[in-house]
Structure formats: C-alpha cells, structure tokens
Design a protein around this ligand. Structure first.
Ligand code: CUA
Length: 156
C-alpha cells in the first residue's frame, strides 16, 4: 500500500508540473498576443487577405504618436508597395506572409523581421531621420528573391 501512496504523490507531482508548465506557456502566448511591440500571433495563411489587420494593408494612425504599418510579404514583393511614415513617431510594423518565409528588413536600422506564413510578427521602431529607407528580403525565398524589395519614405 505504501508503494501506491508514493506513486500517487509522483503522479500528482507530475500533473502539477505539467499544469504549471502549460500555464507558463499559455500566459506567454497570451501576453504576446496582446503586446503590439513584440512576439508572434498565429493566422491562417490561406485567409490572410480577409483577416484583420491584413485585409487593410498599409499605414494606419493609432494615435498622435503611434502608427501601425500592416505588411503582407509574398513571392516576390510586399503589399503595400508604397509605405510613408512620419519621423519621430513610434511605428509598429505588423508582418505576415502568404506563401513562404520572407523577411522584412529595413536597411540601416535594427528592423529585421521574419515574414512567416501562419504567423504575425510585430516590431516597433522610430525613425529619427527623414529620408528613404530600402527594405529587403534577406531570407532566400525562390527565383525572385533578389528582386524582393521596397522602400519606406520617412517624412518630417
Ligand atoms: Cu522573399 Cu527572399
């Protein structure tokens, strides 16, 4: 009977550890889902164009100091093709892909985001200097990979 008791304790211990582990994972996933500046959400890659916010790609003003830029990466380009954002404001980039893994990499900045089908990636960045910034895909994505680029115009 003593053995049974021990087994029970270990069983309870095992279940408790599992519950704790799962709640940590769950809480992490949950907080990521609600933090626009970081982390990853999931999305059905087949339904990107009808899923918010990707049903409206482009620049959206959130408030006086914050803008969101919603971008869809695909072979071999980005939607929208034109991105214009103000300098000195927080820009939250929200990116996904409809096909294969791409990146949304802004030259001369720390923005180097993965565009992954099934995932939504967020990154916050503030441009201090107006000008034109080159955006490149630095994940090999096929024959047109080296053509996959766009430009961000940062205005005063
Ligand atoms: Cu897209 Cu390389």
């Amino acid at each position: 009977m003593h053995f049974h008791k021990f087994e029970k304790i270990w069983l309870v211990f095992g279940i408790l550890s599992l519950v704790i582990f799962l709640s940590i994972v769950g809480v992490t996933a949950f907080s990521h889902g609600h933090t626009p500046a970081g982390g990853m959400d999931i999305i059905d890659p087949e339904k990107v164009h009808e899923t918010a916010p990707f049903n409206k790609p482009g620049v959206h003003k959130i408030d006086e100091d914050t803008y969101e830029v919603v971008i869809i990466g695909m072979a071999f380009g980005y939607n929208p093709a034109q991105i214009k954002v103000p300098a000195g404001k927080e820009i939250i980039f929200t990116v996904t892909s409809t096909d294969v893994v791409h990146s949304f990499t802004i030259d001369d900045t720390k923005v180097n985001m993965m565009a992954v089908p099934g995932r939504i990636t967020h990154k916050s960045y503030t441009f201090n200097n107006p000008g034109k910034y080159l955006v490149l895909c630095n994940e090999y994505c096929g024959a047109g990979h080296h053509l996959m680029q766009t430009e961000i115009e940062v205005y005063e």
